[in-house]
Design a protein around this ligand. Structure first.
Ligand code: ABU
Length: 370
């Protein structure tokens, strides 16, 4: 079937896309989907952020479907998240169906399959009224935004900005050969070099005019520099992009490490954040407690620290994981109103509430919080 032509309307006074931070009152959000998600095929980019016990799975089963029962339980939790968001008054949108099992190639490499659309936080970065398709590190994720194209076209037609960062080449020489993961205290060792700009949107966290990016094995210095220059060329001195370095042995994404939850309140990982940037000197900076997630959850893509990966509905209401009692207590003590939802089964597939969603519109305007 041919896609329907886009007929942009005259620009409305208010863009359907409006995001300046992680906490303004949430109006519209995309919740990911596990439909058709496959096991990622092994490729050099996985050697940096992924966990060695899962390497054989990626090497031998890449491109195949996940065990049905694991995926079903996770999908059920995603549905639960969508229902809770709706009950809280948020408009929920979902990705389009894509056949992720198809192979594809560039002139330089081929990928036996894609991955999925479970984590919309990675491929799309929303800043102000604009959506940026990000230059992601993994070949299997090269076409991930296909799942969001119908929504992107809709938002664009209704007045949002929409751009793609330079499509990366992802040559073999972008990735360190025979990569050995860093030891504790060995900061700045990543699988990516700086041959071209690379970042996932989840390497970025927004705090009004200040935008924080964590260097990682999915975000290189060139990626930070690309976003910095892009925002400067488009908005002059409006934004300040800060580059951060963490002590993480599988560095990928900032949102389980360094998370400004509300004005004056910064949640940080207890070990990875070795130095809190000076500009937070007047903020309440609190360390996440040890998670409760049971060891039998295989966590194919992430650390156990998914208890930090919450989702703010506004400055008070926060979606957090049912069963993570220490985190729920801490959030209450800090003045938040946690809404606990079961999500440990989804955690197996790459993240938690922040990863599984992409906020599209919040009330509020651009501010400086420092
Ligand atoms: N996608 C978030 C992963 C972060 C972590 O493993 O801690």
């Amino acid at each position: 079937m041919r896609p329907a032509p886009i007929r942009p309307e005259p620009l409305p006074a208010r863009s359907p896309v409006n995001i300046h931070n992680e906490w303004d009152p949430l109006e519209e959000i995309i919740v990911g989907s596990l439909e058709g998600m496959v096991i990622p095929p092994w490729e050099p980019g996985l050697a940096g952020p992924m966990y060695e016990p899962h390497f054989p799975l990626f090497k031998t089963q890449g491109g195949k479907p996940w065990p049905a029962e694991l995926a079903r339980k996770a999908e059920q939790e995603l549905e639960g998240l969508a229902r809770v968001l709706e009950a809280e008054g948020v408009k929920v949108r979902r990705p389009a169906k894509v056949d992720w099992s198809k192979n594809f190639s560039s002139p330089d490499w081929s990928s036996p399959s894609g991955l999925g659309a479970a984590n919309p936080r990675d491929s799309l970065l929303v800043i102000g009224n604009e959506i940026i398709e990000t230059p992601m590190a993994w070949r299997s994720r090269y076409f991930e935004t296909l799942a969001f194209k119908p929504l992107l076209k809709e938002y664009w037609a209704a007045g949002a900005g929409w751009i793609s960062a330079p499509r990366p080449q992802l040559h073999d020489d972008l990735y360190a050969k025979d990569f050995v993961q860093p030891k504790k205290g060995e900061l700045g060792k990543f699988v990516l070099n700086d041959h071209e700009p690379i970042f996932d949107a989840a390497d970025v966290i927004k705090c009004g005019r200040d935008i924080f990016m964590g260097l990682s094995s999915t975000c290189n210095h060139a990626g930070v520099e690309w976003l910095r220059r892009y925002l400067r060329d488009r908005h002059g001195d409006t934004y300040r992009v800060h580059e951060l370095l963490f002590d993480d042995q599988h560095p990928m994404h900032i949102d389980a490490t360094f998370y400004p939850l509300a004005p004056g309140k910064l949640l940080v990982h207890p070990e990875r954040v070795v130095k809190v940037p000076e500009i937070f000197k007047d903020w309440d900076v609190f360390r996440a407690p040890e998670p409760h997630i049971p060891d039998e959850h295989p966590l194919y893509f992430s650390s156990k620290w998914m208890n930090l990966n919450v989702l703010m509905i506004d400055e008070k209401r926060v979606i957090a994981t049912q069963g993570e009692e220490r985190t729920l207590e801490l959030l209450k003590k800090k003045g938040f109103e946690p809404i606990p939802i079961p999500f440990w089964n989804f955690n197996n597939f790459g993240g938690s509430f922040h990863c599984a969603t992409l906020d599209i519109r919040r009330q509020g305007s651009l501010q400086s919080y420092f």
